[in-house]
Design a protein around this ligand. Sequence first.
Ligand SMILES: [Zn+2]
Length: 123
Amino acid sequence: MGPEELTDGQIDELRLRLLALRAELEAQQAQAADSTKVVAPDVAIGRLTRLDAMQQQGMAIEERRRREVRLQQITGALAAVESADYGFCRRCQEPIGYKRLTAKPESPFCMPCTDGLERGLTA
Ligand SMILES: [Zn+2]
């Protein structure tokens, strides 16, 4: 048997977590905006070489991209709360489960579907 459907209280709690998470990620994105600027060819930041600077910039861009994906999922999850679809897997329509949503409230998919999708991507 799969996870139970969420109670109204759980949905409310997770909605507040989604809002807090969105605010946190948006603040991080704003802070990160500076570190993803193009590295100038003649840049010298203390002992950092240009290569180091570019490597750090690449990591910052990747983190930024991941936060952007999470923000999109959070927006989708909040819209789902509004339309009373929150907590159900977008793929199989089964309940995602409170435990999983507590760890990752923006999850659009249940655990079995996420595993399947990840295997599909790497296959
Ligand atoms: Zn599913």
